[in-house]
Ligand binder design. Structure first.
Ligand code: CA
Length: 229
């Protein structure tokens, strides 16, 4: 992951300092912008591997920034940083083109995990000849990071996409919750294995024809899950 360029658009000097230090210690090359307009200028004017974007910014808020940069065809993953309780903001941010969001205050380890997940997703998406998987009436295009049923896009979060991709790439294998946590979330300590169950439930709601009787992601009692398709 070393050498990846991250643009941090954030106006709280303390947070800028902490995050810049921590991200640099992880090998990232971090540049910060302290208000909306300069964040937008830098986001559009240079090449970034990822953009961290605060919502409440002087000059122009994060929603307008993400909307603009997507209109200007910037494809770098955007993780929005929202204040606690701004639930509507999260939905709006994702709708306007953000890839993920994190609620302040957050643990740096959580942010690092999200960054890694987005970078992995972007890398998979830009690999030429990345595979297209099909099961049932579902088509999964890894390069475009898109999943469709009968041609209609299924709206998956970044994590749900990575989880489904992992399942599909390990067809017929029994996967334990720990294995999924480790390989899809990328770290051991948190969140708990319950997180896996929650995400599997969400994914089933989106891809299974009959959620009560899953046919693709089946439960292997006492062990974990298995993808059949
Ligand atoms: Ca702010």
């Amino acid at each position: 992951m070393s050498g990846k360029r991250i643009l941090l658009v954030e106006d709280e000097p303390g947070l800028v300092l902490t995050l810049t230090d921590r991200l640099a210690s992880e090998g990232y090359d971090v540049v910060s912008a302290g208000d909306g307009p300069s964040g937008l200028t830098r986001a559009v004017g240079e090449k970034w591997d990822l953009i961290l974007l605060d919502v409440m910014l002087p000059g122009m808020n994060g929603f307008d920034v993400v909307k603009e940069i997507r209109q200007k065809k910037v494809t770098a993953p955007v993780i929005m940083l929202t204040a606690r309780g701004q639930v509507v903001d999260k939905v709006l941010g994702l709708k306007l083109g953000a890839d993920d969001y994190l609620t302040k205050p957050f643990e740096t380890i959580e942010l690092l995990a999200r960054i890694e997940a987005q970078l992995r997703r972007a890398a998979a998406a830009s690999t030429p000849g990345a595979p297209i998987y099909e099961f049932g009436d579902i088509v999964m295009d890894v390069r475009k990071a898109e999943v469709r049923r009968n041609g209609k896009i299924i709206d998956l979060s970044a994590r749900e996409f990575l989880l489904l991709k992992y399942f599909v790439e390990h067809r017929e294998a029994t996967l334990t919750r720990d294995e999924l946590l480790n390989d899809v979330w990328g770290y051991h300590s948190m969140p708990s294995t319950r997180t896996v169950d929650v995400h599997v439930a969400w994914l089933r709601q989106k891809i299974e024809p009959d959620v009560k009787h899953p046919q693709y992601i089946v439960t292997v009692h006492g062990l974990g899950y298995k993808f059949i398709g």
